[in-house]
Write a protein that binds this ligand. Sequence first.
Ligand SMILES: CC(C)(COP(=O)(O)OP(=O)(O)OC[C@H]1O[C@@H](n2cnc3c(N)ncnc32)[C@H](O)[C@@H]1OP(=O)(O)O)[C@@H](O)C(=O)NCCC(=O)NCCS
Length: 151
Amino acid sequence: MAEQSGLTIRKMLLEDVPAIYEIEQKAFPSGSWNLDAFYHELEKNEFAHYFTMLQDNKVIGYLGMWIVIDQAQITTVAIDEAMRGKGYGKLLLEYVMNYARLTCEMMSLEVREENLTARRLYESFGFTYGGVRRDYYGPNQDAKVMWVKLK
Ligand SMILES: CC(C)(COP(=O)(O)OP(=O)(O)OC[C@H]1O[C@@H](n2cnc3c(N)ncnc32)[C@H](O)[C@@H]1OP(=O)(O)O)[C@@H](O)C(=O)NCCC(=O)NCCS
């Protein structure tokens, strides 16, 4: 757990899910996860590592990742719309990269080509482009794969 001036990052709890789902719906209007997807990840997926960011005990962001052997893959990340552009995404990603670095050699993720904010964030942590997954988000909606060495 990381804590500084009211800001906390900790493992995601089942009770966080409704607040996270609200953020998720606004963050990904064209295709958000449903509530059950989060519950499934927390309760059933042994490879899942999910984190919640709180400011003064209010959920303001989250990040999910799968760790399989020495590979980490980010599955979802978002910061509450009202709290964006203040450095929280950077803090959350830094925290999770340090967590993954303990056991993983590399981290990867998918991002929409047009999501320049997220791409800049990842680039600032050394992520580079590793290919394209065609129609990943739906017909004619490709994903760019980005990855970084953690060690
Ligand atoms: C992507 C996201 C998590 C970033 O979180 P954030 O708290 O807003 O980001 P930060 O304030 O920590 O900024 C981190 C970096 O992102 C980039 N960034 C932030 N806001 C930006 C903007 N409006 N335009 C362009 N780049 C921006 C910058 O590189 C910034 O670093 P800098 O301040 O040193 O220049 C957030 O915008 C979000 O939740 N977006 C919707 C969901 C989403 O797209 N998730 C990613 C899916 S792959």
